[in-house]
Each structure stands twice: as C-alpha cells, then as structure tokens.
Design a protein around this ligand. Structure first.
Ligand code: IPE
Ligand code: IPE
Ligand code: MG
Length: 246
C-alpha cells in the first residue's frame, strides 16, 4: 500500500464534540490533546514518518481568554507528561509558528522538548502553535530579504526549493496528505505553501473521535489516489483508445 510519508492534520471539532456531549468546550480540547499520543503511535506503526498538527492558529487568539488559557494548560500538561515517552520512542518534536506571543513557561517547555528530542530519527512531529500560513510566508520573505541585503544570497539565484528553506518546515518533505476532521472543507490558513500538491481528506468525525480506524481510512483514501503533479495520466492507454477518432 502507498503510505504517505508526511501527514498534516487540522485537529478541528473539539468544541462541537463537547457540545454534542453537553460538556464545556474546554473539555473538548482536553480530549483532543489526549488523542495526539495515540495518533503518533498509530501513524508510526503504519509507516508514516512525519506528522504536522495544527494546534493553535494565529487567528485563534480572538477566542475567549479563558478558553485559550485552558488550551495552553492542556498543552503544557501534554508536554510534561509525554516528553519522556516521546524521547524513548525516538520521536523528534518541533514547534512551528510565532514565538513572540506565547507565555514564558510554555516557551521554556517547548524549547526543552525540542532540545531533548533533536537527535531522534524514528519519527518527527511538528506542532503548529500560533501558526498561520500567511505569516510563515511573510516571515520567510523577510528573512530572505535580510539575507539579500546582507549579501549572503543572490536574489537572482533563489529558486522555490531555496525559498522553502526559509519557511518553518525548513528542509522537510512537504505533506502528502492533509486531514481535516469535523467536515469543514477549508484550509484555515494552515500550511499554504507546503500543501500545494497534497491530497485532501475530510472525515466527518470530530477530532476527539479520530481513532486508529479513522487514520486507516485516511491512509486507504490516500493510497488509492494517483498523484500526477501536473503531468498527464501515466497509465497505458487501453486497447481501442489508440484507434479512437476525435
Ligand atoms: C479545534 O477545535 C481546536 C482549535 C482550533 C484550537 P475547535 O475549538 O475549533 O472546535 P469547533 O470547530 O468549534 O468545533
Ligand atoms: C483551524 O480550526 C485551527 C486549528 C485546528 C488549530 P478553526 O476552528 O480555528 O478554523 P475555522 O475558524 O473554522 O476556519
Ligand atoms: Mg474549529
């Protein structure tokens, strides 16, 4: 079976999951964050190499302060509880997104976890936190402009692959498959540049219900796709096609 090397996930639907069970939205976030460990184990077991998770967008700051605080509290708890196991399992953890608006204690924990796992090779998980695709591109463009002004690069020589190194997923293969749970068919400012040729899969279930079976379905969907990258159909023409007159 054709397995995606890199899966990007918009973990959406925590609030609606909670509403369905008559619970506060924040419990949906707790349940959602608890799904992450299982996703890593399952994806790793199925042969995936990289997972990039959308945990908090640059736009999510416009939510109620209480909800944001709770969400970050659950994230910190995840880091505290799971760092050891992630490291033991050979998982490298990176955080992508802005760092200038996050609290000091969370930032310290993020940096420690990145440092602890930086030499791991079995699996990579990127957690997108205060991440926006537009900001990623703008931030990269500014850094590139700075390097050009400092004469470290020659603008005429910059190609797409060179520019992609200025983005957060610096040097990593682009996602092959994007999964967005809860039935919303939009990208919501996730990896705008990097998803240019990804396959898109939109399961109806809310993120807290995304289990092993759901992941298997997503990978099955991906494995049946023929990715053409702009080329024409690579299959051989069937007998008869050649004689067909237009
Ligand atoms: C996704 O779930 C988590 C974040 C955006 C932080 P939501 O909180 O967006 O849940 P819904 O979409 O309102 O159900
Ligand atoms: C996208 O979900 C961001 C995350 C899952 C972190 P949102 O719930 O914020 O997206 P919209 O507002 O429905 O587009
Ligand atoms: Mg949502």
């Amino acid at each position: 079976m054709n397995i995606p090397e890199h899966i990007a996930v918009v973990m959406d639907g925590n609030g609606r999951w909670a509403k369905r069970w008559n619970l506060p939205r924040t419990l949906g976030h707790k349940k959602g964050i608890n799904r992450i460990e299982e996703l890593i184990d399952n994806a790793k077991g199925m042969g995936v190499k990289i997972v990039t998770l959308f945990a908090f967008s640059t736009e999510n700051w416009s939510r109620p302060k209480k909800e944001i605080e709770r969400l970050f509290f659950y994230l910190k708890t995840f880091i505290l509880k799971k760092s050891k196991k992630l490291n033991k399992d050979g998982v490298r953890v990176n955080f992508i997104g802005r760092r200038d608006r996050l609290g000091k204690s969370l930032l310290n924990m993020m940096e420690e976890l990145e440092d602890l796992t930086k030499n791991n090779r079995a699996f990579i998980i990127n957690i997108a936190l205060d991440y926006g695709g537009r900001w990623d591109i703008l931030h990269g463009a500014k850094r590139l402009a700075r390097d050009a002004l400092d004469k470290k690069i020659n603008l005429e020589d910059i190609e797409e692959k060179d520019f992609s190194r200025y983005l957060f997923l610096n040097g990593m293969p682009y996602p092959d498959l994007l999964i967005r749970t809860s039935g919303e068919l939009r990208i919501s400012n996730f990896l705008l540049w990097q998803l240019a040729y990804a396959e898109f899969y939109f399961p109806a279930c809310f993120w807290p219900d995304f289990d092993r079976e759901e992941l298997k379905n997503a990978i099955k969907y991906y494995s049946q796709k023929e990715r053409r990258f702009g080329k024409i159909d690579s299959r051989k023409p069937k007998t008869g096609d050649l004689e067909m007159k237009v």
